[in-house]
Design a protein around this ligand. Structure first.
Ligand code: MTE
Length: 446
């Protein structure tokens, strides 16, 4: 399945400022060099630009600089013209996208985050990927109830008001669907990073530690697992072991400083740091405490790993360390030779990112990238590396090291253990090929 690359890329940004040397600062036409990165480029290349006598002359002939533009001569719009702030109309192409033909219905489907256009480590809530098994619902918070039952002294029912009066914490964590990068098991199936890796987002989540609620209900000493259940029509139910449940799991109502978006489970969802997205049950209505795994449909027939010997691995919940270069990436085009900032994201479900390396020759040589801190546990970490493209074919890769000492595997290493019949948990190194025309596409080596 190959999507139309045009529709998948995001917008074409204007060419770089003309006072920067076009031979040094190339425009990435598909997704562009953003303003912030331009600032960095300007700094990094200040010396080179200063050495260029022609730069000022080019600027003087640019009518965008010389003429006073219309926006400098008018009265601007009043405050609260957008009572809830919206992105600029010039950013209208930076949106979540469905992969055409991937699913048969729009309810049991997924819309991917445009990673190629993101900066930093936080995903704006409106661009957080969506994965629903039976569509999304917008629940009246006054009517929503959350129950804890099973092996507890006192079964409890909470209103949203009850929960929001309790002590809360805010934590930044990535959310990655176990099926992220699923289409790449067999061959390089989709053209852009939005589709290869876009079931991934990073947010600040606010809520009540589940441990506090379980203690209040008085969980039994025999308790080994919990079952989390959602209120949508999909009967989403997932088993989580007690150790995790008592560690850093949140019953969350906040995302990036405001209430959760309906697509993300408003008014209540489970946040299970480091664990695959399916366990982050949305529209959370019940937690049952038990002494054995529940073996529900979403953990026996789905979200299992088909191994080369035909056996299925179940309950492989943790998202292993993974990284991807988000720019330059598939579907983009390097317009000129010269300087590029290779940028991307790295994360680990087992801890923190300690190092990211990048290669421009398909993994033969590696050099360390800059981590744009803070590198938080079970959260996205942004990395950057300087690169001067000479116009030759290049094979761009990134590989992450995490705090457990684990190193992200090359695709051949992963396939040697897992085969190619899995759907879930593909954390292989991604390769983007830059051809001599500067076009970037998705390839697999070996
Ligand atoms: N919870 C409920 N109740 N229903 C769902 O369909 N989808 C799960 C999980 N929680 C789902 C759910 C899956 S498969 C994933 S990857 C994450 O939610 C996606 O969360 P998001 O839509 O906020 O990105």
């Amino acid at each position: 399945m190959r999507d139309d690359a045009e529709s998948a890329q995001g917008h074409v940004r204007p060419a770089p400022e003309s006072f920067l040397d076009p031979a040094l600062v190339a425009d990435i036409s598909a997704n562009g060099v953003n303003q912030q990165r331009r600032g960095l480029l300007k700094k990094a290349l200040a010396g080179a630009v200063a050495a260029m006598g022609s730069a000022a002359a080019v600027a003087n002939s640019d009518s965008n600089i010389v003429d006073i533009p219309e926006w400098s001569k008018i009265l601007g719009k009043p405050v609260a013209a957008n009572p809830y702030g919206l992105p600029s109309k010039y950013e209208a192409n930076i949106i979540r996208r469905q992969s055409p033909g991937l699913t048969q219905t729009d309810q049991a489907s997924v819309a991917f985050t445009p990673l190629q256009s993101m900066f930093g480590m936080i995903t704006p809530s409106g661009l957080h990927f969506e994965r629903h098994h039976q569509g999304w619902v917008d629940i009246d918070p006054r009517r929503h109830r959350f129950m804890i039952n099973g092996l507890v002294d006192t079964p409890m029912v909470f209103t949203m008001e009850d929960l929001m009066r309790m002590p809360s914490v805010s934590r930044m964590h990535f959310l990655e669907c176990g099926a992220n990068t699923a289409l790449e098991w067999g061959n390089s199936a989709v053209p852009t990073v939005q589709y290869t890796h876009g079931m991934l987002s990073g947010s600040e989540w606010t809520g009540v530690p589940l441990s506090l609620l379980l203690e209040r209900a008085g969980y039994n000493k025999k308790a080994r697992y919990i079952l989390a259940e959602g209120a949508d029509g999909s009967s989403m139910t997932r088993t989580i072991n007690m150790e995790n449940a008592l560690d850093d799991v949140l019953v969350a109502y906040g995302q990036n400083g405001e209430m959760l978006r309906p697509e993300q489970g408003y008014p209540l969802r489970l946040v299970v740091p480091g664990v695959q997205g399916v366990s982050w049950v949305k529209w959370l209505r019940r937690i049952e405490v038990g002494d054995k795994p529940y073996a529900t449909k979403d953990e026996t027939s789905h979200y299992v790993d088909l191994m080369p010997d035909g056996m299925q691995r179940q309950y492989t919940a943790i998202q292993e360390a993974k990284s991807v270069i988000t720019s330059p990436s598939g579907g983009q085009k390097l317009m000129n030779k010269g300087y590029y900032c290779i940028t991307g994201l790295a994360w680990s479900g087992r801890g923190t990112v300690t190092k990211v390396e990048v290669s421009t020759d398909g993994g033969r040589n590696w050099r360390e990238a800059r981590l744009e801190g803070p590198a938080l546990p079970k959260m996205l970490t942004r990395f950057n590396a300087d690169w001067v493209w000479q116009g030759d074919e290049a094979l761009l890769q990134s590989r992450v090291h995490d705090s457990t000492g684990y190193i992200q595997p090359q695709r051949a290493e992963l396939v040697a253990v897992r085969g190619t019949r899995s759907i879930y948990h593909n954390n292989a190194i991604q390769t983007w090929r830059v051809n001599q025309s500067g076009e970037v596409d998705n390839v697999q080596l070996g």
